[in-house]
Design a protein around this ligand. Structure first.
Ligand SMILES: Cc1ncc(C[n+]2csc(CCO)c2C)c(N)n1
Length: 216
């Protein structure tokens, strides 16, 4: 059997992919031992990630080559604009992060890097390029969340962050993204490799940054 295109990209991104899904942040999240300072800093940065991620989903809606794909991206955009945003707001409240705190924290370098690569992918107007970045952002999170032990940590801030990335609907969406990239990626393999590998490196840097910025 020939190998799926998305799997060849994951393999090309090693060892960075595995370093990201086995990162200290992931093992501590699974154990429920991420410090409040690290979790707060990570979520402040990630809330900004969500903003540019929606731009990329808009590009997916615009560049998709089938009506079915456009409908799925549209539904997904609706879901994450609702429930995922409320998770962040409840988590900030629980961690004592105020709007003033959030405004005073500058972007970590990987946050700015993600904002740039998502804008760059959207600007290509290439469905394949957009899919390459989406497959990293979704697939890598699905991968680490699927490795979580069955018993969830007691703190909802940790537990819900795992469940958001490890539930049947999300896994189904990740499978859809991979099948789309398998279908259209081989028509533009170089651009896919380029965006995919840069996005995987940013994911690893993003986890590292939580410990650099969230000290104390
Ligand atoms: C740095 C970083 N990379 C990927 C994700 C995962 N992610 C971002 S938006 C989205 C869709 C809604 O869940 C998902 C899965 C993240 N949160 N932060």
């Amino acid at each position: 059997m020939t190998e799926r295109f998305t799997d060849t990209l994951i393999q090309a991104s090693e060892p960075t992919w595995t370093q990201a899904v086995e990162h200290r942040f992931v093992t501590e999240l699974h154990a429920g031992t991420v410090s409040d300072a690290v979790m707060a800093y990570y979520l402040v940065q990630d809330h900004r990630f969500l903003d540019s991620f929606l731009t990329l989903l808009g590009a997916a809606i615009a560049s998709a080559d089938t009506f079915d794909a456009r409908l799925r991206f549209g539904r997904f955009a609706g879901t994450i604009s609702g429930e995922e945003n409320t998770y962040f707001l409840r988590a900030f409240e629980s961690l004592g992060v105020t709007e003033e705190d959030r405004a005073a924290i500058p972007n970590a370098e990987p946050t700015t890097g993600f904002q740039s690569i998502m804008k760059e992918a959207a600007a290509t107007r290439s469905y394949a390029a957009v899919l390459a970045v989406l497959n990293v952002a979704e697939g890598l999170y699905c991968d680490w969340a699927t490795r979580a032990p069955e018993a969830l940590p007691p703190n909802f801030v940790h537990a819900e962050w795992i469940v958001l990335h490890n539930n049947p609907e999300f896994r189904e969406f990740v499978a859809f993204l991979a099948s789309e990239l398998d279908r259209v990626g081989p028509t533009a393999p170089d651009i896919c490799h380029d965006f995919f590998l840069r996005a995987v490196a940013l994911e690893l840097d993003f986890f590292d940054a939580a410990y650099e910025g969230g000290r104390g």
